[in-house]
Design a protein around this ligand. Structure first.
Ligand code: HEM
Length: 469
């Protein structure tokens, strides 16, 4: 993948409008076609030409700012975050997530965030490690026959299954994993359908019975029903589990004393369900792929895991401090392949960010993928180098040069959960298997709402030998 060049922000004190390259409809039409085809490829080629902040306009819609400027990002997400909402692009996500945490705004968001936050407290996370490794053991059992036969498998699917299992066990105490295939298909269809609606400047209203709308409605319906059934089951036995679902059901609003209704519960449930499994699955998938391309790093990882977990001991919460290199590998994989590859905000009022004028009502599109490859912050950005996150990493790196979990008040609520889950699962995979990328398998990015590999990642597994332990 080509490295992006990053021209500097203007030094002048007078705010200026970022460069807008296309003025005519045919030019805009061509650019839109390329973006719809693959926004990452398009942006890679254009950032070098137009700079680290530019505007694109499509037909009569408002121009949109594209940025990989860390100062602009910090301003929008943190310093002046009150001036920004998630905007119309997230409204499309609302078709699936209703008014859940990821898309809600203002007072309502704050209230819901306060209710959910304790579920992610460090003390609770410690108690979740065993559930995570229990899901990991089931995954290892599922993978063993592939290692024995040498038959290739799509590891992306397996990572989706195991992270789904983890989120079900830890958040809902439910074995929704039995619906893994259905959920995976429905999520893929919903992801694809919503993504198209996010990118297009104009959409056919959802009530119109087009083939695309029908497919999207069906996928959303399946997922909503699954959540509704889970809530109905729990209403019958409200005190059966001490988990996120119980917490959401029992918390009362401090002002009104009201509890969440079934609709609100469903929105939060499906949000955690979506945000909490696909992202981690993609991160792990890319991690395994990168390791297959970098044998020396894989070797060093193996060494650390086997020293920290003698005789194939299943990792636990207390082992995590000894698995520092595992964590570095994961962080570096998320630099190159951030699962949430873009973050968007909409300006409520005119603003100035790092010398650039941002106009009211316009969207700011942060390409996290390109920000993480900005050579201003990342020397030799294409190289997979976990040392970037090691003890000797530069201390003066820009705080917003790396943001796989977003930033500011809307920082991912599940970041520590995800890091722990990925550390445990990757260590278990290393303990049990070696792997190689299947020769001839094509790797291509699919930048939907999350960054998936378009054709999965096909690996050939081998049992890790006792000597490699
Ligand atoms: C590698 C894994 C993950 C990545 C890369 C990731 C990434 C992100 C990002 C970038 C945001 C901010 C979006 C924005 O500002 O518009 C976000 C928000 C969120 N994430 Fe994650 N996430 C991950 C795992 C999880 C997990 C495991 C959970 C829950 C179990 C979770 C739940 C959420 C929720 C609820 C929000 C909305 C928070 C709010 O606005 O208050 N995420 N995530």
């Amino acid at each position: 993948m080509a490295t992006v060049a990053a021209p500097q922000a203007p030094a002048s004190a007078t705010p200026r409008d970022p460069y807008m390259p296309f003025r005519t409809f045919p030019e805009q039409h061509k650019a839109l076609g390329m973006i719809l085809n693959n926004p990452i490829h398009y942006l890679t080629s254009r950032i070098g030409m137009f700079g680290d902040m530019f505007r694109l306009r499509f037909y009569y819609t408002r121009p949109m700012y594209f940025t990989i400027n860390a100062d602009v990002v910090q301003h929008v997400l943190q310093e002046n975050h009150r001036n920004y909402t998630k905007g119309d692009m997230y409204q499309q996500l609302g078709l699936l997530l209703g008014n859940g945490l990821l898309v809600s705004e203002g007072e309502f968001w704050l209230r819901q965030r306060r209710i959910a936050q304790p579920a992610f407290h460090r003390k609770r996370l410690a108690g979740m490690a065993d559930d995570m490794t229990a899901a990991g053991l089931v995954m290892i059992d599922r993978l063993r026959p592939y290692a024995a036969s040498g038959q290739p498998l799509d590891i992306a699917k397996e990572m989706m299954r195991v992270t789904l299992d983890v989120v079900c066990r830890t958040m809902f105490s439910a074995d929704l994993a039995q619906h893994a295939e259905t959920v995976d298909r429905a999520f893929s269809a919903a992801n694809e359908g919503i993504n198209k609606r996010v990118i297009r400047p104009v959409n056919v209203p959802m009530f119109m019975p087009t083939a695309e709308n029908r497919k999207l409605r069906e996928a959303i319906g399946i997922l909503h029903k699954l959540m509704d059934d889970t809530i109905a089951d729990r209403r019958r036995e409200p005190n059966r589990h001490d988990d996120l679902l119980t917490m959401l059901m029992q918390t009362e609003d401090a002002d009104t004393g009201e509890r969440m209704n079934d609709r609100q519960l469903r929105d939060e449930l499906i949000t955690i369900f979506l945000a909490g499994h696909e992202t981690s699955a993609n991160a792990l998938t890319w991690c395994l792929y990168l390791l297959s391309q970098n044998p020396e790093i894989e070797q060093r990882l193996r060494h650390e895991v086997n020293a920290a977990l003698p005789d194939g001991k299943t990792p636990g919460f207390d082992d995590l401090p000894r698995l520092g290199y595992v964590s570095q590998v994961i962080q570096e994989a998320m630099r190159l392949y951030p699962p949430a590859w873009s973050v968007v905000r909409n300006a409520k009022q005119d603003d100035v960010a790092a010398g650039y004028r941002i106009r009211r009502g316009h969207n700011v599109f942060i390409s996290v993928y390109h920000l993480h490859r900005n050579p201003q912050h990342w020397p030799d950005p294409e190289r997979f180098d976990p040392e970037r996150f090691g003890p000797d990493a530069p201390k003066d790196r820009h705080r917003f040069a790396y943001m796989p979990f977003g930033g500011g008040p809307r920082l991912c609520i599940g970041n520590n959960f995800a890091l722990m889950e990925m550390q445990l699962l990757l260590a278990m995979l290393v303990q049990n298997f070696r792997w190689a990328h299947r020769l001839g398998h094509r790797v291509e990015l699919e930048p939907l709402i999350t960054l998936r590999p378009k054709h999965g990642i096909e690996l050939v597994l081998q049992k890790a030998s006792a000597s490699s332990r």
